[in-house]
Design a protein around this ligand. Structure first.
Ligand SMILES: NC(=O)c1ccc[n+]([C@@H]2O[C@H](COP(=O)([O-])OP(=O)(O)OC[C@H]3O[C@@H](n4cnc5c(N)ncnc54)[C@H](O)[C@@H]3O)[C@@H](O)[C@H]2O)c1
Ligand SMILES: O=C(O)C(=O)C[C@@H](O)[C@H](O)[C@H](O)COP(=O)(O)O
Ligand SMILES: [Zn+2]
Length: 366
């Protein structure tokens, strides 16, 4: 689908817009505005052609290119240090700005660089994967990994704007598109069942970058994310009895443990799919999710080619990583579960028997 752009507003102390459409890269300069003199564009080398397109619209600024490693390996302290040295050498001031062009690893790392340089300079995200459009670029979470696990260092730093040009998805490899659907399906389960209905009715169109269905899925998933972060930006708890931003972590407790156990060889969106199958079974065993809703997880995910079985790590290894998840409090493990479709809640301290049995289900041995 082509046609007009969709502008979604993120209200709050630092409001901004998320623009979705075809051929909308011209929005980047408008979002940067006329205050900055210098703009640092962060991107991984394989996406230089996309970075060049963005830079072509930035002739009003002195552009500094910061080339990051591609993928998850960008999210380290060493990479941050190198980028800070580049910004320092270029004399970057508080009125200058950062632009990220890439997938979620790039928006997380570029966002972190912007959040920490001079304690925070403006950043505009240009997400180029489905996953980064529907999730990573929106909401201000930035971060990097440490030896102990995923995203353990970071900050909340809201962007000045987000530009989702659906045209760029044309070059994205299908496995990456599928991985992005993991986060889209997550939004369906936690808040917007229409997402699940669209995918279940026509999974083939969800995998078609130019389809009207994919655009609708993108916009619906972004709307879910915006509603959550506007209510609870810093994950301190939602209003009106809603658990708050933690709901966006549905499936992520096990997902992050799987990513670490596989040395990040599995894509984040695939790990989220596996993590949702795991937590749906954990919630079923704990009497929170009914059989039908639990089974719907695997069927919806399999419809678009996402994995639903994982047995490549020892349960004890995964459990040890889950214990340092950010939702844990002291020795108390906490999971986001569903009490019903689109009814997220917290499950605290599940029994070790249930934790293990849910992994046996994920591994296909039970
Ligand atoms: N901050 C948040 O709220 C948030 C939310 C979800 C995920 N994340 C993070 O996002 C990361 C995963 O992001 P991802 O799935 O985008 O992976 P990624 O950033 O590693 O990108 C995947 C691959 O796609 C390539 N690519 C990107 N755009 C392309 C395009 N248009 N055409 C061709 N190739 C392209 C990249 O070069 C890379 O090799 C993880 O680190 C995850 O923790 C953060
Ligand atoms: O935005 C959020 O909040 C999320 O939890 C979105 C997740 O999809 C994303 O993977 C995020 O990076 C996870 O954050 P973390 O705090 O668990 O590291
Ligand atoms: Zn995620």
């Amino acid at each position: 689908m082509t046609g007009s752009e969709t502008r979604m507003h993120v209200a709050g102390a630092s409001p901004y817009d998320v623009v979705v459409g075809h051929g909308v890269l011209g929005e980047v300069a408008r979002m940067i505005g006329d205050r900055p003199e210098r703009v640092a564009v962060c991107y991984p080398e394989p996406l230089v052609h996309l970075a060049d397109k963005v830079i072509a619209g930035l002739d009003a600024y002195d552009v500094l290119r910061i080339v990051l490693p591609d993928g998850e390996v960008a999210k380290t302290g060493g990479v941050a240090l190198e980028a800070w040295e580049q910004l320092g050498a270029a004399g970057f001031t508080r009125s200058d700005a950062v632009v990220t062009v890439g997938g979620g690893a790039t928006t997380d790392m570029g966002g972190f660089i912007a959040a920490t340089w001079l304690r925070g300079v403006p950043v505009v995200h240009v997400p180029t994967t489905l996953l980064a459009m529907v999730d990573a670029a929106v909401g201000g979470k930035t971060g990097m990994n440490t030896g102990a696990g995923k995203n353990l260092v970071g900050s909340f730093h809201e962007p000045a704007g987000v530009v989702c040009d659906l045209d760029v998805l044309g070059t994205l490899a299908e496995p990456e598109l599928i991985a992005g659907l993991g986060e889209v399906v997550k939004c369906g389960f936690i808040a917007d069942p229409a997402i699940l209905e669209l995918i279940e009715k026509n999974p083939a169109d969800a995998l078609e970058p130019r389809s009207a269905e994919l655009r609708e899925l993108v916009e619906r998933a972004i709307a879910v994310k915006i509603a959550v972060v506007v209510d609870d930006l810093k994950e301190t708890g939602g209003s009106g009895g809603h658990p708050g931003r933690e709901v966006l972590n549905y499936g992520h407790t096990m997902a992050h443990a799987i990513e670490k156990a596989t040395d990040y060889r599995i894509r984040h969106g695939e790990a989220v799919a596996l993590g949702m199958v795991y937590v749906a079974e954990l919630a079923r065993l704990s009497g929170r999710t009914d059989d039908e809703l639990a089974a719907r997880h695997a069927s919806a995910l399999e419809a678009v080619g996402l994995p639903t079985r994982f047995d490549q790590a020892a349960f004890e290894t995964l459990l040890a990583t889950m214990r340092v998840d950010k939702k844990s409090r002291g020795s108390h493990l906490r999971f986001v579960v569903l009490d019903g479709l689109a009814q997220p809640a917290i499950l605290a301290d599940p029994s070790e028997e249930h934790l293990r049995a849910a992994y046996e289900h994920l591994a296909g041995v039970r």
